[in-house]
Design a protein around this ligand. Structure first.
Ligand code: HEM
Length: 218
């Protein structure tokens, strides 16, 4: 137990927990995207899917509690590692040159902050119905379409999805490294998987507001 706590307090230990909670979050965004793609099939399909989820409160709440714990732990460690990083920053030089990898990981925290803001807005919009143009708990399809017809709501979602894509790319890339799957021979495959996953999830999510604004989904 003591050894585990000691490991957790190290940067490597925290990165490991970040990778594990990150895997849960990658799984969530993928499954959520698959569910939401039913928007393209029609209102009956998407509404039936939402009714199934709400008709199983035990399943829904177990899932919500696990996901919330994963998000909170992931964000807590991100803040701790960023503060640790800032504390160790070299102070001697006014202009500090970062390696390419450092620059992309430094932007993770800002993209991550935007994503948290996005999720708050998104839950208020489509789960609680407190900010969108209309809300009917029985008509999830109608809520999504009415929301995305408002151009600035769609624009906000698209910006959120670009942040999500960058975050997923860097997260998936670092995940392999943290779990020790880092070898020059496999790095092209690793980059390909990280890029493919990020483009797939962000692209499919962007297609939804774009399709509504273009009139292809009514
Ligand atoms: C265009 C993209 C998206 C669409 C159309 C969409 C749609 C929805 C809908 C309809 C709900 C409410 C479901 C219900 O109450 O039955 C929902 C809930 C939610 N979405 Fe999304 N979503 C999108 C992207 C995302 C992304 C990228 C994230 C995370 C980064 C996310 C996180 C959540 C969360 C945390 C909830 C609350 C789940 C719950 O009530 O337990 N969504 N989404």
């Amino acid at each position: 137990m003591l050894a585990l706590t000691r490991f957790y307090l190290t940067t490597v230990g925290k990165k490991f927990v970040m990778a594990v909670t990150g895997i849960f979050l990658l799984g969530f965004v993928f499954v959520h995207m698959l569910g939401n793609l039913q928007l393209f099939v029609g209102s009956a399909k998407l509404n039936a899917y939402a009714a199934f989820l709400h008709g199983n409160p035990k399943l829904l709440w177990t899932f919500r509690v696990v996901m919330l714990a994963a998000v909170l732990w992931h964000v807590l460690i991100a803040v701790q590692l960023t503060l640790r990083n800032w504390a160790n920053r070299p102070q001697k030089y006014k202009v500090v040159k970062y390696r390419e990898a450092d620059v992309s990981s430094r932007t993770m925290i800002y993209g991550g902050i935007f994503l948290v803001a996005f999720v708050f807005y998104h839950i208020a919009h489509l789960t609680l119905g407190s900010v969108g143009p209309v809300f009917d708990a029985q008509n999830v399809y109608g809520n999504v379409v009415a929301g995305f017809r408002v151009w600035w709501i769609s624009a906000f979602y698209v910006v959120g999805m670009v942040c999500l894509g960058l975050h997923l790319y860097h997260g998936a890339w670092s995940l392999f490294q943290t779990l020790g799957l880092n070898h020059p021979l496999y790095n092209p495959l690793r980059r390909w998987l990280a890029t493919g996953f990020a483009v797939l999830v962000a692209g499919a999510n962007i297609a939804m507001p774009v399709a509504v604004l273009a009139g292809a989904v009514k």
